[in-house]
Ligand binder design. Sequence first.
Ligand SMILES: Cc1cc2nc3c(=O)[nH]c(=O)nc-3n(C[C@H](O)[C@H](O)[C@H](O)COP(=O)(O)OP(=O)(O)OC[C@H]3O[C@@H](n4cnc5c(N)ncnc54)[C@H](O)[C@@H]3O)c2cc1C
Length: 594
Amino acid sequence: MEDELDFSRRRFLLTSTMAGAAATLPADFAQATGSAVGSRHEADVVVVGAGAMGLPAAIAAREAGASVIVVEAQGDIGGHAITSAGNVPLGGGTSAQKKYDIDDSPDLVFRDLTDWSVVEPNGFPDYRYNDREIIRAFADNSAVAYEWLVAHGVVFVDKPPDAAGGESVGNSAPREMHAAVMDWPLVHTGEPVSPAMRSSYSSGSGLMRPLEAAARKAGVQILLGHSMVGLHRQTPAARRVLGIAVEHQGARFDIRARKAVIIATGGSSGNVNFRRMFDPRLTEEYCGIGGMPWSDQDASGELAAMAVGASLWGLYNQTGEFGIRLTKPGTIGSQYGYASVKWMPGSPVFGRARASGLSVLNWQDTIMVNMLGRRFYDETGFGFTANDYGSITPYVEGSYLNAKNVAYKPNNWINAAMAGIGDGPNGGGPIWAIFDADAVVRENWVPAPPHVDVAAGFFFSADTLAELATKIVMPHQRVPMPPENLLRTVARYNSFVDSGTDEDFGKVRPLHKIASPPFYAAWATPVIHDSRAGLRIDAHCRVMDMNGRVIPGLYCGGESAGGFSQHGLARATCQGYIAGRHAALRADQCSTQQ
Ligand SMILES: Cc1cc2nc3c(=O)[nH]c(=O)nc-3n(C[C@H](O)[C@H](O)[C@H](O)COP(=O)(O)OP(=O)(O)OC[C@H]3O[C@@H](n4cnc5c(N)ncnc54)[C@H](O)[C@@H]3O)c2cc1C
């Protein structure tokens, strides 16, 4: 949808892209805001999103001489990055690697992240489909970006780089560094950690709060609660992006970008229609995105850029079965079940999270059933894996032996959970962890609010299994669970405990019967996490169109950009550094050709 907009005496097009965005916009910017255009609404570089890509981009641009405005949709900075564990795999010869005599180089990083021969135990390749130009830029700037983070206040835990907590960071050298939380409060609890742990506890707060401080100190203007809802550009023929439209507290206005707009909106996995382009199974019930409810991944950046002609890129990386793009939940009984993340009542977003969830220590303590009350896989089964330092031994770069020697092991819990119930609709529907009072004791769970979300239908309990099945009513449970199914499933499972053999799914030595009331059903549906495909960019993070041409004045990086199969913080921070500098120093020189 396009409306012509008169903006500072030039003709622009506003492309309104967002779901729910108004179809038409006021024809005059000053009228729209009710005030004259102020300096608040104009900067050299406008960054959309204050997460792992956005804040480094903003600081880098500001320090390269540009005036910078950051718009952030949420009421606080940080994005998924601040909810993260703060494991940052920047290598290529960092001072930390040198300190501990670890050999690494840009060439090694590049070679690792483009090695066709690296495959997972399920046969899926981690790096084969990476864009060489994008990886080369990352490899060449990786160590630089690490030193830059340190220079901007990020304290890393003082220990040798390792392989802990990373995903798909290459096989040749340990590269994982861990951002120490120091005295910053964790967003999950609202509290700082104990003084004894401040310099050893790794957390996204230790990465993002120092960057926020550095950005403010450098004079970056951060507008919280401002959502970008579209891009302004010149006429389609001229193509240059000139600014953004934002919404703030129900009002809409525009911000002009004299040099560039940088999209750092963090990906698309929270947008059901967008993510279903990659995988039709990912219907609405996959509503517990890792990193939510701190911030969303609503594809707003991708959609706005696509509306001005941007191309998507590296789409295989979104569907490849490796890494933690899709995960088995680590906590159950609440909407947000990602791995070890627990939203505690002290968190600023606990009102939106509603419950902390129950961490599962041992999947022997539950069975997992689909909407029909039927088991579908060994509950102790895993999700997909990823290749890091030491994952393949021996690793010989580029050797056919790496792929040839992998021992096939499918790790198919996720696919089985998403298989559905054999009827028409896509999507696997809710998965329920079923357990009894004895399991509660073994796991030391408290099966009540605020630990579980009873009010919104993510947790149920009853004195009988039949009653439990009939109680499972919530929007994503689109068919009732037949009580007789659940009774039959539990009786059969209990017989496997007696015999010691799971005849249906090969769970090794089923240990515990489900027999002691009360009985419980806890939400245990797969969790979506990374976006690994997004906008097409070049080595400078300039967004490109369907004809392979740069869209002048438009940049992107992090999870909203494509071509790079790696989990999170390293690529986002590094691309922020690359994009910010280039946008400030060279955006004016962008030709409309590649
Ligand atoms: C629980 C968890 C743990 C993780 N742990 C690690 C880890 O240990 N190591 C690692 O490497 N990676 C980790 N990650 C991944 C990593 O956090 C992300 O890959 C990284 O934050 C992506 O950076 P980004 O800038 O692209 O997006 P984000 O950091 O999510 O930032 C995007 C920002 O854009 C804002 N935004 C979106 N749309 C708009 C709009 N229209 N207008 C204005 N603002 C908008 C969002 O609110 C958000 O603040 C983890 C992620 C999660 C969720």
